[in-house]
Design a protein around this ligand. Structure first.
Ligand SMILES: *[C@@H]1O[C@H](CO)[C@@H](O)[C@H](O)[C@H]1NC(C)=O
Length: 382
């Protein structure tokens, strides 16, 4: 995570430009009779809510191609937009056709992060996943090639820690869950999109290596929750099992089953997902992180989990009907709670079960991940 650039520098940079930002996307007026909380919220309900929320997000989009100068968070916004485009291109592709290339071309210069490389391996890998998803929905090769080149920086550092795996930050000995789950997922996704480039199994071998390390690292506890990191002695540090630690690994495990036909990976993902839905929720079943008011970065976490539950619902091989029903109910209930209790004037807060206090770019984009995910598991009839 990074947020160190001086605001004065940013003010100088941004005051020098008058930039034609992409037009805010137009959306159908929200229809009160389709608002959730009333039985039968439909895919269109969630899509309308998502579009309204994206319209709010637009005010934070800067001439540097980032939202509110937030680095890794902006990668997650790109991913959310691409997820939405995946199943609802008519709603959002007029906007993303400008935003994707604009951010691609302009964001790295913000922090002199050439090629989306900075000092944090998790930050890099969020961008890697963002450009993979953008490639998935646009078919434009430059995005996939950028993802590969970002991945290479992390690949070169994998195995440096005495515990194995990947350091969180260059020059810091902490080994955390997030950069390692992101590495696994990025490798698994690149393997399915570049199975024989630059050589056969290049990315697949990394994915298996990362998976084998992860399941033997002790990061996954007896409850199937992933704690935040390892101690210097290379055992689970027992720190908070943040929702994004659970979410980030699910996509990679799902795709490892695609490439191997082995259900072991998806089964592990289902267990982690179930543990999260069961144990990291409040009495109403609403996802809750242990961050109090969850301002700033921690407000970003929950959306990553919601996004990956939608991905599993639609793309995982061999899910049981009971698991699919659990995932769909979870996403719809969370989205309905968010809209009723944590939304004011389309601003979306970080406490999905309410009360709404305030929104920032992180809470807005995290909640948008949830609304997009709810749309992605819903139909015209609910
Ligand atoms: C889901 O997780 C809960 C809490 O750990 C557990 O009691 C339950 O058996 C799990 N369900 C499945 C289907 O694994």
């Amino acid at each position: 995570m990074v947020g160190f650039l001086q605001t004065t520098v940013l003010a100088l940079i941004s005051s020098g430009f008058v930039l034609a930002l992409p037009n805010p996307i137009s959306y159908p007026a929200l229809k009160p009779d389709t608002l959730p909380g009333i039985a039968g919220a439909t895919q269109l309900t969630y899509e309308n809510e998502a579009v309204a929320g994206i319209d709010i997000l637009e005010q934070w989009y800067g001439s540097n191609g980032l939202w509110n100068n937030e680095w890794w968070n902006s990668a997650n916004i790109i991913t959310m937009l691409a997820d939405f485009q995946d199943f609802s291109p008519g709603q959002v592709s007029g906007y993303t056709s400008t935003v994707f290339p604009y951010t691609f071309n302009n964001a790295p210069s913000w922090g002199a992060f050439t090629g989306f490389i900075n000092q944090y391996y998790d930050d890099e890998l969020w961008w890697c996943l963002a450009w993979i998803k953008v490639f998935d929905v646009t078919g434009t090769q430059m995005y996939l090639d950028m993802a590969s080149s970002i991945f290479e920086d992390a690949k070169n550092a994998w195995g440096q820690p005495s515990c194995g795996g990947l350091y969180w930050e260059k020059g810091n000995t902490a080994v955390n869950a997030i950069e390692n789950s992101l590495y696994l997922t990025a490798a698994a996704k690149l393997a399915n999109r570049k199975p024989s480039t630059p050589s056969g199994g290049y990315y697949f071998n990394e994915a298996i290596k990362a998976y084998t390390w992860f399941v033997n690292s002790g990061l996954i506890n007896k409850q199937f929750l992933i704690n935040d990191g390892l101690t210097a002695g290379c055992v689970n540090n027992g720190n908070t099992p943040w929702s994004y630690n659970q979410g980030a690994i699910l996509g990679g495990l799902t795709e490892l089953t695609w490439s191997t036909g082995d259900p072991t990976y998806t089964n592990l993902a289902v267990n982690i997902a179930n543990a999260t839905i069961t144990l990291l929720t409040d009495s109403n079943g609403i996802l809750t992180d242990a961050c109090g008011t969850c301002q700033g970065d921690s407000g970003q976490f929950k959306g990553v989990f919601a996004r990956n539950i939608q991905f599993m619902y639609n793309r995982a091989d061999g899910l049981t009907d009971a698991t699919k029903a659990q995932f769909k109910t979870f996403l719809q209930n969370n989205a309905d709670a968010l809209w009723l209790k944590d939304q004011t004037g389309n601003y979306l807060g970080p406490i999905w079960d309410g009360p709404y206090v305030t929104a920032d770019v992180n809470s807005q984009s995290s909640a948008l991940d949830l609304l997009v995910a709810a749309a992605g598991v819903s139909t015209a009839s609910g």
